[in-house]
Design a protein around this ligand. Sequence first.
Ligand code: THU
Length: 159
Amino acid sequence: MPTHQFTYTELTSDKELDSPYFDLLSEAKRITENAYAPYSNFKVGCAVLLQNGIVVPGVNVENASYPVGICAERSALSAALSAYPSEKIRAIAITYQSPKGDNNTPAFPCGMCRQFILECEYKNMQPIPLILGASTGIVYLIETAQHLLPFGFGPNDLK
Ligand code: THU
């Protein structure tokens, strides 16, 4: 029987991250406050680290017409691609603030964002590592967006 599995890293705290990833997650935490989430009160922040060292932020932006809202990941990646279309993405960090208060378990990107990140990874022509953290506590390191969307639909399917 074919199986699919992947390995990821679980750190007990962000203090175990190397400095570029620690800084990236810290920036994601800082900008999470900027989220416009008056309906869910669930604030998400995403920071995209580019090859040139620039960090592009994105937050979730909700809308009274609920489906119109956009997640932090797509917000950040769209901003990064808009401003720096030729710059490779080195990593993205994602974090959130729950209306229930501090949390120590990372949240994973939603399905639509996984598809979006995967497309960015195809364009990037190199893996995009994901750093997932909550306000405190454990941090997940995932090597590539492909691991979050096995058997994903991509450009090759359209050939
Ligand atoms: N949200 C994100 O920003 N990213 C995700 O991957 C999951 C969900 C946002 C969308 C909505 O504004 C709020 O979190 C609650 O679903």
